[in-house]
Design a protein around this ligand. Structure first.
Ligand code: URA
Length: 211
């Protein structure tokens, strides 16, 4: 059963664009454009409970107190390299957010995620962090990324992807039951190479045209 921390975004626009992305004949340009649009739509969901504060604003008619989010408190933590494909869309919706990067590779001997790059804004204790990777497959790199981010004690932590495999959800949820997961789809399974089925192929290759 899907844990309650999983937010499955079923909006028709999200589902429509995801179907277009799955098509193996979609060009890199189309794939990137759709990923950017989906990132904007997913941003709407993942920021739904962001804290707001009232500011004074002068309308053409009078002065009022009106809510604003503090985008500077938000950090999009991109898990390299496919996470970068969602950054433009996320930043279009929250332009004042900060951006961090985490690079991980899988050690062929131990199959464990090994960190090769980590750069985050300072003072994560005062920030809401959204870790971003379009594909939640085995969940190993997501767990490693969240382990590292949690060590910096962010004010809040969420995980945003487009496509999740049931295994990835279980692994991530077992390691970090407090971290909400936002996804546009939960696919059937992983194949022997760790690819999501039916999936959309290698997201990084399709974004950057490196196949
Ligand atoms: N990463 C991808 O890019 N695609 C998958 O199917 C799984 C992991």
């Amino acid at each position: 059963m899907t844990p309650p921390q999983v937010h499955h975004v079923t909006h028709p626009l999200v589902q429509h664009k995801l179907t277009l992305m799955r098509n193996k004949n979609a060009s890199s340009t189309t794939f990137r454009t759709l990923l950017g649009e989906l990132a904007m739509l997913m941003a709407y969901e993942v920021t739904r409970d962001m804290p707001t504060h009232l500011v004074e604003v002068q309308t053409p008619l009078e002065t009022m107190q009106s809510p604003m989010i503090d985008g500077k408190k938000l950090v999009f933590a991109s898990i390299l390299r496919a996470g970068n494909g969602m950054l433009d869309g996320l930043l279009r919706v929250v332009p004042s957010a900060r951006v961090g990067h985490i690079g991980l590779y899988r050690d062929p001997a131990t199959l464990k995620a090994v960190e090769y790059y980590y750069k985050m804004p300072a003072d994560l204790q005062e920030r809401d962090v959204i870790a971003v990777d379009p594909m939640l497959a085995t969940g190993h790199s997501a767990v490693a990324a969240l382990n590292k981010l949690k060590a910096a004690r962010p004010r809040s932590l969420k995980f945003l992807c487009l496509l999740a495999a049931p295994t990835g959800i279980q692994t991530l949820h077992a390691a970090h039951p407090d971290v909400p997961i936002y996804t546009a789809a939960i696919d059937r399974e992983l194949n022997d190479h760790g690819y999501i089925l039916p999936g959309l192929g290698d997201a990084g290759d399709r974004i950057f045209g490196t196949k």
